[in-house]
Ligand binder design. Sequence first.
Ligand code: FE2
Length: 431
Amino acid sequence: MAAMLDYLIINASLVDGREAMNIAIRDSKIVEVTDQAIATSELPDDCLYDAKGQLVTAPFIDSHFHMDATLSLGKPRLNQSGTLLEGIQIWNELKPNLTFDAIKQRALKICHWAIGQGTLAIRSHVDICDDALLAVQVLLEVKKEMAPWLDLQLVAFPQDGYYRYKNSVDNLKRALDMGVDVIGGIPHFERTMADGSHSVRSLCELAAERGLMVDMHCDESDDPLSRHIESLAYETQRLGLQGRVTGSHLTSMHSMDNYYVSKLMALMAEAQLNVVANPLINITLQGRHDSYPKRRGMTRVKELNARGINVAYGHDCIMDPWYSLGSYDMLDVAHMGLHVAQMTGVAEMQSTYAAITHNAAKALNLSNYGIAKGCNADLVVLQAKDSINALRLRPPRLIVMRRGQVISTASPNISEVNLGNGVVSIDFNLS
Ligand code: FE2
């Protein structure tokens, strides 16, 4: 068997708790995951990797991003209030001055960051409230160029409103015709609640007509009466779109009445909605009108999980008008999500890890994802022994592999402490 393999990883720990596992790779696929020995005699040295008990995981997935705005921090100015609305204002000041090359350069740079951090699939919203659809053109080109290295899924996103911006209806259809994958929306930003509901209905009908997925920015506010998620779940059921629709943010759910939420979550579960929360952004943008007590603003991840609703996490923003920080580390996102949702139990921390891996793959409808026989040979070796330590340490991604090929490596993080009695090497793992 060894001579027929392209790559072999031995002594791997897996997210499900199995240890000392061997992972055999051939023709871009995982062909075996076993605790039985696999002959290595005829395998070239540089195609054998001893994981030494460290975690081998499926790649991270970012379920919600804005690649057209990323790395534009400070252009043309910084967000002084730190609010969502000032961010939108700054983006509108920048938009007329964007160029094809500038957007592309920033997008390619962030793709490299993602790969270095072990993120090999990204769902990015792209603003279609620009009649030239410049960002759409750029990101479609980036998607094609990066396809060997990462999966980039694009959402046609009417940032200034589907009805509120005069050309959104036409622009969105044009973007889909050009090859954008998913239908977006922003019902809470329309002029009235009625317009918001109308936009949800029309956009879901368009998705049904074209056989596409839906991912809407939905109820991204602290308004307990912003209830477009109810319309989104209802339209999903009415049109038979179960499993193909995602509600992003849903921060208003944080502030809703508990009785209403219990009714709402039953409807969301029936509609098989996916939910994407964006912990880094929700905790910084929401609650800005509060004094004290100050609401956290993130949607009810723990309760949604308990209802069996698929919850994934997104990074949303990196160094743009809405968020000044970030290095595209999805473990940062999960780490924040775990704290904000108070999900510190062992099973809760494990489900948090799933929010940036398997739950995200489900939301994006990715196939052949995972560390299992028959899956794509896409994986990451982390300098951590299990998923909880990965969340704790956010350690180096020692190897990032795509379709059987190592495309990124990093050195282990080891501190050498010397208190006068010689050097002690520590890597912050307990064993
Ligand atoms: Fe967003």
